[in-house]
Design a protein around this ligand. Structure first.
Ligand SMILES: Cc1cc2nc3c(=O)[nH]c(=O)nc-3n(C[C@H](O)[C@H](O)[C@H](O)COP(=O)(O)OP(=O)(O)OC[C@H]3O[C@@H](n4cnc5c(N)ncnc54)[C@H](O)[C@@H]3O)c2cc1C
Length: 460
C-alpha cells in the first residue's frame, strides 16, 4: 500500500493519521510548529486547568464518541454536569438565564413583547425563493426582527465564530437555519417537524448534543493520538511544496523530499495559500493557484482564563456560561463557567472562568499585553458577575488567526477546494476551513477523508 503524507497535526490531521494507520496504510505527519494539537492547548497549574483554545467537544456525530473509544480514552472522558446546562445572555448589563424550554422564552425578560410577537408571527413570514445568499443578520431581521439580531444572534455568533453577523453567511455558516426555511418555510415549524426527523435519523442537534472533555482537558485527545502515532509525526517540519509525480506526490520540507501516494492538507486556509503546489508531472507542470485562500478572514482571539476564590464572586456561576451581545458595550465576548461545566478545573473553594476577547467585534483588543487583558476582563466580570479582588490564577493565550469566518461569498472557496481536488488527483483538503469550524466538525472531517483517500489509493 502506498503511503500518505498528512500536513498539520491539529485534531483533523491526527484523526486522519490515526485511522489511516489503523487500516495499515503508512503515514507521515508534518507539523509546522513544535507541538501537536493545533489550537487545542490544555494547561494544568496550581490546581487549575486552563484551556487556551477550545473548551468543549459537542457530540454531534457518532464518529466523535467512536474516536474516543478507538483511542482508548472512554475512561478519561468527562461529560458536563447535566445541572450545568443553564446559559446566560447579558441584557440590561446583567446575565439573564435562557429559559430551559423553547416555550419559556415567552415569559423571559430576555426579549421585549415586540420580539415575542415577532416569534409568533415567524411561521407566517414567506420563505425567500430567489436563492440569493444572505448574511445571518439579514436573515434574522427578515424572519424575526432587529431586536432578535442585536440581543440573541449577535451574542450567539460571538460565541461560535467570534464573528460579525452582518458578514457571516446564513447558507455557509448556519446551513441548518437556511435549510429549515427552505424545507419547512419557517424556523419554528422546522424546529418542531425537523426534531422528529432528526430523531428518526439518529442525529443530534448542536443545542442538545452531549458536551464533554477529558480529565486533563481536551489536549488529552490530541496527545493520545500523537503518542499512538509515534515517530511518524515530524515536528518543526513545515511543508513548503507539493509536486505531483508519476506515482503520486513529492512532499518538500527543509529536511528534504519524500514520495507518497496521496497527501491530505489539514492545516489552516491562510497557510494553504502559501503552499506551492505543482501538478501535471515534469513535462506539463503548472502551479495550482491557492492565493484566493489568503482572503479568508481569521480574526484574532485571546482567551483569558482566571481563577477566583469562591467568596470573591457574587454570582453562583452555575451553568455553561454567558454570551454577551455587542449592544451591551462590554469588552469580553463571553465567559464559560469552566469549573461548573466540568469537575476538577479549580481547587476546592475556587472557580475558573474562561473569557474571550477580540474577534471581529474588537480585533485590536486581542493583542493587548496579558496584564491589560486580565484587567479589562476583571472589570467586565466585576460588573456582570460581582467579582471582587484580584484573581488567584491567570492564564492568557493569543490566537492571532483564530477561527475562519464563513462570510457571504465563502461558497466560492468551497467550490475552489472541489476544483483543486479534481485537478490535483491525490491531494485532499480537510478540516475546520472546509466542513465546519467546531472541534466535532474537524473530527468528522478527519474521519471522512480517510475513506476518500483509501478509495483513491485502491482504485488508482
Ligand atoms: C480560541 C478558540 C476557541 C475554540 N473553542 C471551541 C470549542 O469550545 N468547541 C469547539 O467545538 N470548537 C472550538 N474551537 C474551534 C476548534 O478548536 C477548531 O475548529 C479545531 O480545533 C481545528 O482543528 P484543525 O486540526 O482543523 O486545525 P488546527 O488546530 O488549526 O491545526 C492545523 C495545524 O496545521 C499546521 N500547519 C499549517 N500549515 C502547515 C504546513 N504547511 N506544514 C505543516 N503544518 C502546517 C498548523 O501549525 C497547525 O498545528 C475554538 C477555536 C479557537 C481558536
Amino acid at each position: 500500500m502506498k503511503s500518505v503524507a498528512i500536513i498539520g497535526a491539529g485534531i483533523t490531521g491526527l484523526t486522519a493519521a490515526f485511522y489511516l494507520k489503523r487500516k495499515g496504510i503508512p503515514v507521515t505527519v508534518h507539523e509546522a510548529g513544535g507541538r501537536t494539537g493545533g489550537v487545542i492547548q490544555s494547561i494544568r497549574r496550581d490546581g487549575f486547568l486552563a484551556e487556551g483554545g477550545p473548551n468543549t467537544l459537542l457530540e454531534t456525530s457518532p464518529k466523535i464518541a467512536q474516536l474516543v473509544r478507538d483511542a482508548g480514552l472512554a475512561s478519561r472522558r468527562l461529560d458536563s454536569d447535566p445541572q450545568a446546562g443553564a446559559r446566560y445572555v447579558v441584557r440590561y448589563r446583567r446575565p439573564i438565564a435562557m429559559p430551559p424550554s423553547q416555550l419559556g422564552i415567552f415569559t423571559s425578560e430576555l426579549l421585549s413583547a415586540k420580539a415575542k410577537f415577532a416569534l409568533l408571527r415567524e411561521p407566517f413570514v414567506p420563505r425567500r425563493r430567489d436563492g440569493r445568499e444572505e448574511s445571518i443578520a439579514e436573515f434574522v431581521v427578515r424572519r424575526l426582527n432587529r431586536e432578535f439580531l442585536d440581543q440573541m444572534i449577535d451574542a450567539l455568533v460571538a460565541g461560535i465564530y467570534a464573528g460579525d453577523p452582518h458578514k457571516l453567511s446564513v447558507q455557509q455558516a448556519f446551513p441548518r437555519l437556511a435549510e429549515l426555511e427552505a424545507r419547512y418555510g419557517s424556523l419554528i415549524k422546522g424546529q418542531i417537524f425537523g426534531a422528529r426527523e432528526r430523531k428518526r435519523r439518529g442525529e443530534i442537534a448542536k443545542d442538545r448534543a452531549p458536551k464533554f472533555t477529558f480529565d486533563e482537558g481536551l489536549q488529552v485527545l490530541t496527545d493520545t493520538l500523537a503518542a499512538q502515532l509515534g515517530n511518524v509525526v515530524k515536528l518543526n517540519s513545515p511543508v513548503t511544496k507539493l509536486t505531483q509525480t508519476a506515482g503520486g506526490w513529492r512532499v518538500s520540507t527543509a529536511a528534504g523530499d519524500m514520495e507518497h501516494g496521496a497527501v491530505i492538507y489539514c492545516g489552516t486556509a491562510h497557510k494553504l495559500a502559501e503552499l506551492n503546489v505543482a501538478i501535471g508531472g515534469t513535462a506539463l507542470t503548472s502551479t495550482v493557484n491557492l492565493s484566493p485562500f489568503s482572503e479568508i478572514r481569521y480574526p484574532p482571539v485571546a482567551s483569558v482564563v482566571l481563577g477566583f476564590r469562591r467568596e470573591d464572586v457574587a454570582h453562583p456561576c452555575q451553568g455553561y456560561g454567558m454570551l454577551i451581545p455587542k449592544i451591551e458595550g462590554f469588552k469580553i465576548l463571553g465567559t464559560i463557567f469552566s469549573s461548573s461545566l466540568f469537575p476538577n478545573r479549580a481547587p476546592a473553594g475556587h472557580l475558573t472562568l474562561t473569557s474571550y476577547v477580540g474577534g471581529e467585534r474588537q480585533p485590536d483588543l486581542a493583542s493587548r499585553p496579558a496584564d491589560e487583558l486580565v484587567a479589562l476582563t476583571c472589570e467586565d466580570l466585576r460588573v456582570l458577575l460581582g467579582v471582587k479582588g484580584r484573581p488567584v490564577f491567570e492564564h492568557t493565550m493569543l490566537y492571532p488567526k483564530a477561527i475562519p469566518q464563513y462570510n457571504v461569498g465563502y461558497g466560492r472557496y468551497r467550490e475552489l477546494m472541489n476544483v483543486i481536488e479534481t485537478q490535483a488527483a491525490g491531494l485532499f483538503l480537510a478540516g475546520h476551513y472546509r466542513e465546519g469550524v467546531s472541534l466535532g466538525d474537524s473530527i468528522v472531517s478527519g474521519s471522512n477523508v480517510v475513506e476518500r483517500v483509501e478509495t483513491f489509493l485502491t482504485t488508482e
